[in-house]
Design a binder for this molecule. Sequence first.
Ligand code: GN1
Ligand code: MG
Length: 358
Amino acid sequence: MKSIIAQFAIPNAIQEPQPLKVGFINDSYIVRAQVSGETSYFLQRINHHIFQNVEGLQRNIQVVTDHIRTKLQAQGIEDIDRRVLRLIPTRDGQLYYRSDEGDYWRMYVLIENATSQERVTPQSAYLAGEAFGQFQCQLSDLPFDALCESIPNFHNIEFRLHQLDEAIADNKAHRLDQCQTIIDRINSRREAMCLVEQLFREGKLPKHINHCDTKVNNMLFDPEGKPMCIVDLDTVMPGFVCSDFGDFMRTAANTGAEDDPNLDHIHVDMAIFEAYTRGYLKTATFLTDLEKELLPFGCRLLSYMQAVRFFTDYLNGDTYYKIQYPEHNLVRTEAQLRLLEEQEKAENDMKAVIAGLV
Ligand code: GN1
Ligand code: MG
């Protein structure tokens, strides 16, 4: 570990790294200075099985954080290293280090005295909406193709449906029996759900830089409970803004769990929806009328896409998502489809909330 840390351009006087339990994908460590009060660091081993283009991924993060930092500097903000992640380059100026074992490592400045939250309240949903809206707004003047897709076609529903079709054709895990109803529910919405990709091709809907994992736990709060910094930038990439909006609602504005075995628990939490939307529309000032109109669609799209992804993984024999029991991906699929149906019922209420805010 010492030899890995020595690759990065930081002072030599540091303590033994401490593993930190955050996220499921990368391995994280805190590297503290020997003298208290000096900068500490956040070291990560990047999961290069999921993120196969580490070079592109790291460049994305550098472009995004540089862009935000420049804006914060222009506004005269003082504690910039608490407001945007700062990558530490290696001693030879690279954005990551590849060890002899073939592992990929990166380092950030550690943001001290920050907390994260797993659950939202209407109050924190409002603040999260403001923060994700501001994040998108800060990046809205970057051309969308300034970044690569760190996971190709990550939030492209046409591609996800194509993967599902392959999984159905292959039936690798011999699980297709008894799944016809799910397939029918997915197929009956197929064309409607590809709307945004279609609008993009027609030149009517732009792509912007998206976060692509807009969960409340990807936001650091200061000791007063105010959002300070958006983290987990591995999936920042081009996308439709309604997709980031929808992913937050998929995870936060659901009265049930993502994998709730009791479908009756699952409804749209309109208080969370209203609060997040209010915060989001306050700061996401760059949105066109069409983008605002598509926000409820984004909610349905992300639940639908997640159902398609869970179901594909179920048919493939659970090779992507970690599962806790054999039918877990099927239960997740059913829960996401139920959420989708609840969102369809709530569509008019969602539109009314948006109409009242613009
Ligand atoms: C994965 O592991 P987690 O929760 O950060 C997935 C998301 C899904 C989510 C579903 C890189 O995120 O896209 O929405 O599971 N991330 C990746 O729970 O595939
Ligand atoms: Mg995360």
